[in-house]
Design a protein around this ligand. Structure first.
Ligand SMILES: [Zn+2]
Length: 72
């Protein structure tokens, strides 16, 4: 019997997250890299009002565990 080893595709290592901008409350989306386990922090400008949003999220086993978007 042939043994077949399959690895999960890393093409699914990103997830699109929709959230409201803390400044203008418009719904915006962002691609999050969830291939690295643990917590990530970064600052992203809102695509509507261009203000800086502090993004914080954590992932585990290729799944998004929590997500926060707040004004700086
Ligand atoms: Zn905004």
């Amino acid at each position: 019997m042939e043994e077949k080893i399959e690895f999960e595709s890393f093409e699914n290592s990103e997830v699109e997250k929709y959230f409201k901008c803390p400044y203008c409350h418009q719904k915006i989306s962002m691609l999050l890299d969830i291939s690295e386990p643990g917590r990530q922090f970064y600052v992203e400008d809102c695509e509507v009002c261009c203000k800086p949003i502090q993004i914080s999220y954590s992932s585990d086993q290729g799944k998004l565990v929590d997500f926060f978007a707040q004004s700086i």
